[in-house]
Design a protein around this ligand. Structure first.
Ligand code: TEU
Ligand code: CA
Length: 557
């Protein structure tokens, strides 16, 4: 692996709407983020990914962009954005924006022009089709947020446009070189402003299998998830290689792809030395247990399943490149609520999970609030839910025969709103997020879980994350923790997740007891030094260690 400037960095995702509100309108904003840069610096963050803050109707919370060249007034101004980039740079922090180019908003001027003149230049930026001779829609794909991917092109009774996500997110036609030029121009405009790079949204979706055709229906609605089409898709590399050469490469910028459904044999093309992207997220544990029927039918994930998913990815990536490791993001439930068995979610188990994923090979990412151990929220009614995806999942669950209560309980587990509740800064009203009315309910547990309480407590989850970022950057261990190979340890041992990070000169053991009962575990050798321990005691002899429930240790061997 060739060495790159961003190897060894710690990255952090900000969801602007829910991070910090500077003006009391209940919506987080760029000024709010600027006010927290010192906080993020102190946590040990080097790279910040901002979820979209461009002009948008916010039908999908900004993942529906109406103007790529301007900031939505709810988030601030372009001057605020420039200040944020400059202030971050002063602190040696790079800013990534979210590149959403599988689709734009139906309020983007391209789409408006396409409606006015479907055969014109902008009409060709989209997929616009007639019904098939038998009267059916051009294909039977299901949109990610429910219903067919086709909707009537406004103003035209006989024409339909494709949207693989919400109907307010028309897909852009990547087969059209003029569209691609527009995208690269926009990306370079932002990179020239001093962005460190981009996180790239839903990127696998940009390539469609054409001409449009049906796939076997996977639910009673007669539709097929776009996953079947994506499995068959080939040729995306031509677009991604072109994007790399025209944008990222000349800027030496960082890029991380939101890559689902990747084909293992293509990993070197994606994140190898001359890959399309610097990195991509590991979603193997994220998608584990997902049911094609809808999120109500998802199964959970056990500690052993979690371990297997993570190790499988680590094995697959090896030394090809740097994967990006997460336990949550703005599309998922909170990692501590998903990966730690119900009833066992405590500061101790949260720290264990933190150490286990943070020290894997790859780039560690923290999603806002994760560093203080924020948890899932429970809803009293579907009316409290904002997220379009959860609302659709609820509809699907009801249609499958679940009662209102059952449907709500079933879909809230994986609701995207779990991660979108406002950041819990302190124990004051609205958790210190806003002086106004927050756009989304604050998790009522903010009086117990908030940054102010944890900041000066050496035993807090927050300070454990600080220790983790410091360990990763400690010159004595940085080389091994960044480039050292990962070797699973006691791989088949039930409810144990352990691995070695090894370089030529060093071996570091990370070992967690993923259950409440203690376990006596053999050591590979006598530790020279304990680098981290989430509990105060450690029962150790020359051969064994006894780990208490959810205890994790990091040791230099
Ligand atoms: O998410 C993409 C996304 O949700 C899909 O790729 C889906 O999870 C996958 O196909 C399942 O296998 C991104 C954003 O992160 C999300 O917030 C947006 O709603 C979505 O794109 C549309 O822009
Ligand atoms: Ca605001």
């Amino acid at each position: 692996m060739n060495r790159k400037w961003w190897h060894g960095k710690v990255a952090y995702q900000v969801y602007p709407k829910s991070f910090c509100d500077s003006n009391g309108d209940g919506i987080g904003d760029l000024k709010g983020i600027i006010s927290k840069l010192d906080y993020l610096k102190d946590l040990g963050v080097d790279i910040i990914w901002l979820s979209p803050c461009y002009v948008s109707p916010l039908a999908d919370q900004g993942y529906d962009i109406a103007d790529y060249y301007n900031i939505d007034p709810r988030f601030g101004t372009m001057a605020d954005m420039e200040t944020l980039i400059a202030e971050a740079k002063k602190r040696d922090i790079g800013i990534l924006m979210d590149l959403v180019v599988n689709h734009c908003s139906d309020e983007h001027e391209w789409f408006k022009k396409a409606c006015a003149d479907p055969d014109g230049r902008c009409g060709k930026f989209f997929y616009i089709e007639k019904r098939r001779p038998d009267g059916s829609l051009p294909c039977n794909w299901r949109s990610c947020f429910g219903g067919p991917v086709w909707d009537k092109l406004p103003g035209h009774d006989d024409l339909y446009y494709l949207h693989t996500f919400h109907k307010k997110q028309p897909d852009l036609n990547w087969e059209n070189p003029e569209l691609r030029e527009e995208v690269y121009k926009m990306m370079n405009w932002w990179l020239d402003k001093g962005l460190a790079g981009f996180r790239i949204d839903a990127i696998i979706n940009i390539k469609k299998v054409l001409p449009f055709k049906d796939y076997p229906a996977d639910r009673s609605d007669g539709l097929s998830s776009t996953a079947s089409m994506l499995k068959e898709q080939t040729g995306i590399g031509a677009f991604l290689g072109e994007m790399r050469d025209r944008t990222f490469k000349p800027h030496n910028s960082f890029s991380v792809g939101e890559v689902f459904d990747e084909k293992p044999e293509e990993i070197p093309e994606f994140i190898g030395d001359n890959g399309y992207f610097s990195s991509m997220f590991d979603f193997s544990e994220t998608v584990f247990g997902r049911s094609p029927l809808g999120s109500y039918a998802d199964s959970g994930i056990t500690p052993d399943d979690y371990k297997r998913c993570v190790f499988q990815t680590q094995w697959q990536i090896g030394d090809i490149g740097m994967i990006s490791n997460i336990i949550e993001n703005h599309d998922e439930s909170r990692g501590v609520s998903r990966y730690i068995p119900e009833g066992d979610v405590t500061p101790t188990s949260k720290k264990m999970l933190a150490a286990l994923y943070f020290l894997l090979k790859g780039l560690p990412w923290i999603y806002q609030g994760q560093e203080i151990g924020m948890e899932n929220i429970s809803f009293d009614s579907i009316d409290e839910v904002d997220d379009i995806s959860t609302i659709d999942s609820y509809r699907v669950a009801r249609a499958a025969g679940l009662s209102e209560k059952e449907a709500l309980r079933a879909v809230e587990k994986s609701s995207r709103d779990n991660a979108r509740t406002p950041f819990q800064w302190d124990g004051s009203e609205n958790a210190g997020f806003t002086t106004g009315k927050p756009w989304l309910r604050v998790n009522p547990n903010y009086t117990e879980i908030n940054l102010a309480d944890q900041k000066d407590d050496p035993d807090s989850v927050f300070n454990f994350y600080r220790q983790l970022t410091r360990l990763r950057k400690n010159p004595d261990y940085q080389e091994t923790l960044t480039y050292g190979r990962l070797v699973p340890y006691l791989e088949d041992r039930h409810n144990v997740m352990a691995y070695l990070r090894q370089s030529e000169s060093q071996s570091i053991l990370v070992m967690g007891n993923f259950q409440k009962e203690p376990q006596i575990l053999p050591l590979p050798s006598v530790p020279k030094k304990i680098l981290l321990n989430n509990l105060h005691d450690l029962k150790l002899d020359s051969e064994n260690v006894t780990l208490d429930g959810y205890q994790v240790i990091v040791a230099e061997l």
